[in-house]
Design a protein. Structure first.
Length: 389
């Protein structure tokens, strides 16, 4: 049953790049139009800032992580009200300093801010009366904070189409549990309900999305950087996600997490008031989407064949041996054991693969490509043949 929907304006501000002066100016406009930093944070509050820092860590120019200078600009605004701020993620770095790889260590070196690797603080078992989860584990760094601030990156996602403010909070649960949930809930709709369960549990006070350089194509890690030049912010992460989608030409309700969150009264995706820049002036044309299954076609099929059709339509991961370095990141991320190493190269066992895209998300060498399902390839071939007549 849906609760009462909240209506909160979303601020869109132009920011051409990550230079400090431009970021500072953008954040001044964001908070001015949102009613001031004090609307979200009180003096003395303990603030936890959740950035998107997809493991394994990567440099900011690849557009996989929330840019460290962007995060710094938000944190500097928060420091004007309270000195108790931590920035945290689950790094999964295999001994490396992940914050150094992504530029966070350098960006925050002179600020009185703690960078937290979430497993070092630990996790607590909490009740989660959701549609899929009844309990889960959440990072103590977030649970012990008075305020959670959410800093997602504007990116496509090869499983959920788009990843933003709602999905960014999935990083607050242990990495092993994230992998397990993918295996236990392989159906997209059910998995997205789980993501919304976690969002409903945490509910950040503020979401500020890094849309200055976004990611298009096979996101959230294998796509290409795309300049958008926007900061999108608001108290309602669902509305922020919806506006970000509109900015890059994605129908907001085609994103399952956005639709499901709105249905549950956790935010508003339609009719959101946009303050600041005109979306038309910033909109990115021809923003490339990931290879995703056309679910509408599946819904038209009889139930006995819909499962087969889903498997044929869904993109599947394919290892490119020439690019593979045998690092094992895909093996560690795979929830079913389908990914393994043979002869120093990754391999994916088709019969055990549930197409959760965890291996593709974990690879930093472009060695796992997403190939569209056979029916999609056949339809595209027929379309090309027809157009050439």
């Amino acid at each position: 049953m849906s609760g009462v929907r909240v209506s909160s304006p979303v601020v869109v501000v132009r920011a051409p790049d990550y230079q400090d002066r431009n970021l500072s100016r953008a954040m001044e406009q964001v908070f001015s139009r949102l009613g001031g930093v004090e609307r979200f944070v009180r003096p003395g509050d303990r603030v936890f800032v959740k950035v998107n820092h997809l493991p394994p860590p990567s440099p900011p120019e690849r557009a996989i992580v929330t840019h460290p200078r962007f995060a710094r600009a938000v944190v500097e605004a928060l420091l004007s009200v309270t000195p108790h701020i931590s920035v945290g993620v689950d790094l999964r770095t295999s001994g490396r300093d992940g914050f150094a790889v992504s530029g966070y260590r350098d960006a925050f070196r002179d600020l009185p801010v703690e960078l937290v690797h979430l497993p070092e603080r630990g996790y607590e078992r909490v009740s989660c009366p959701g549609e899929v989860l009844q309990e889960t584990y959440i990072a103590r760094a977030a649970l012990e904070a008075d305020v959670v601030v959410n800093l997602p990156k504007l990116k496509t996602h090869s499983l959920t189409l788009f990843t933003g403010g709602v999905k960014n909070l999935y990083g607050l649960i242990p990495s092993g549990l994230r992998i397990r949930y993918h295996g236990q809930h392989p159906r997209l709709e059910e998995f997205c309900r789980l993501l919304v369960d976690i969002y409903a549990l945490v509910r950040p006070a503020l979401t500020v999305m890094d849309g200055i350089v976004a990611m298009e194509g096979a996101g959230p890690a294998g796509g290409r950087p795309r300049e958008v030049g926007a900061v999108i912010a608001g108290a309602d992460a669902v509305a922020v996600d919806a506006v970000a989608c509109r900015l890059v030409g994605i129908p907001p309700l085609s994103v399952p997490t956005t639709r499901l969150a709105q249905d549950r009264g956790l935010g508003t995706a339609e009719g959101t008031e946009v303050v600041g820049e005109d979306l038309g002036a910033l909109s990115s044309k021809d923003f490339e989407l990931p290879p995703a299954a056309p679910a509408r076609l599946v819904n038209l099929l009889p139930r006995p064949v819909s499962g087969w059709a889903t498997r044929q339509l869904a993109p599947r991961p394919l290892v490119l041996p020439k690019r593979c370095v045998g690092c094992g990141a895909c093996v560690e991320a795979c929830p079913t054991g389908a990914a393994g190493l043979k002869g120093g190269k990754a391999r994916i066992e088709a019969g055990r693969c549930i197409r959760c895209m965890c291996c593709h998300e974990a690879c930093r060498y472009g060695a796992i490509e997403l190939r569209r399902g056979r029916l999609v390839e056949l339809a595209q071939s027929l379309g090309r043949a027809r157009s050439s007549r």
